[in-house]
Ligand binder design. Structure first.
Ligand code: N2P
Length: 340
């Protein structure tokens, strides 16, 4: 009887243990090298269940609705790290499990959105700028140019509340992180005037839409446009005169994560300079890993589309959480989308 029970338990626990060799990763679309994922599994034996989202809001809503949705890793931008850590949605990280942390550029650590990086580890940083296909249009230098009547029904804008509001706030001379309700209202009114020029709001198809010339002018994240420009040389990325938004996206572990050790192994693997380099080259996004950056080919480091120069960077503003003003942004974003 006892022997039978032992056999039964052994039989039952083997597949259960085997099942533990997974990590559930929830990341932005077009934001990882498949090769790096494969190498992680090859090296560790841990299978990656990989799912994607196209905005911080989507990822946040999913975790908010169900903190036990099963994800072991998420990749929020600065202002969502801040919001999620304050709302108790992220685990405090055990840095002793992250031996590769020292490869990161200290300039991108210990920021106000997560002092001492208790909750988040930089993954990529990026810029949002103007995009022009020079076969169709003369180049543009300012966000305000998008309002010109000649672009009627032509623009591709990111389907991202804060990215879109940032454009109007910058045009009006405000910070993209402005929290004054009246300034947000003015930005909304400005965006309403832009609506006739907008053909599409999209996040995850941007690269192909520009490559295929379905759209030839608008805005985008720089990494997507670096890759688009490799396929279609007429595509330009421009850092607008009025200023632009800088995102830092970070690996974090949601409180409901169940494969903790695997999550740490995943983060630490992504921090390996050789892997961080591969990841950056595959996606076109700038690496916060300074050891990886040192190994990068000169052609990439000198490409302003990925690594803007210091003078340009001074016009960049890192995204910050709007706090209570978030409800104001949300209200006007909905109004804008329904044409109110
Ligand atoms: C690329 C995602 C870029 C994220 N698809 C910018 N925060």
């Amino acid at each position: 009887m006892l022997r039978g029970l032992v056999c039964f338990l052994v039989f039952m626990s083997t597949p259960l243990l085997a099942q533990e060799q997974v990590v559930n990763v929830y990341n932005w679309s077009n934001y990882i090298s498949d090769e790096v994922l494969k190498q992680f599994t090859k090296k560790t034996g841990i299978k990656v269940n990989y799912a994607t989202y196209d905005s911080n809001e989507t990822m946040y809503a999913k975790l908010k609705a169900n903190p036990h949705s099963g994800y072991d890793i998420v990749v929020p931008s600065t202002y969502f790290v801040d919001r999620m850590r304050k709302q108790g949605m992220l685990r405090t990280l055990d840095k002793t499990k992250l031996s590769n942390l020292h490869y990161l550029n200290p300039a991108l650590l210990n920021k106000s959105y997560d002092p001492e990086n208790h909750y988040s580890i930089p993954y990529f940083w990026s810029s949002t700028g103007l995009v022009v296909n020079t076969h169709y249009h003369a180049t543009v230098q300012r966000w305000i140019d998008l309002w010109k009547p000649q672009y009627h029904h032509q623009l591709l804008l990111l389907d991202d509340k804060h990215e879109v509001f940032s454009v109007a706030l910058l045009v009006l001379g405000y910070s993209p992180n402005d929290t004054h309700p009246e300034h947000i209202r003015q930005a909304y009114l400005k965006l309403k005037q832009l609506m006739p020029n907008i053909r599409l709001f999209n996040d995850d198809g941007v690269k192909s839409l520009y490559i295929d010339e379905d759209l030839t002018i608008g805005m985008a994240w720089n990494g997507d446009i670096y890759r688009a420009s490799q396929a279609n040389a007429a595509i330009q990325f421009i850092y607008p005169n009025e200023g632009f938004v800088i995102s830092i996206d970070n690996m974090a572990i949601p409180v409901g994560a169940t494969h903790l050790n695997n999550a740490y192994r995943f983060i630490n693997f992504m921090l390996r300079p050789d892997m961080a380099k591969k990841n950056s080259l595959a996606t076109g996004y700038a690496s916060p890993n300074q050891a990886a950056v040192k190994r990068m080919p000169k052609s990439i480091l000198n490409n302003p589309m990925i690594y803007p120069d210091q003078k340009t960077l001074r016009r960049g503003v890192v995204q910050a959480d709007a706090g209570d003003a978030e409800a104001v942004y949300q209200k006007y974003w909905e109004l804008l989308k329904i044409g109110g």
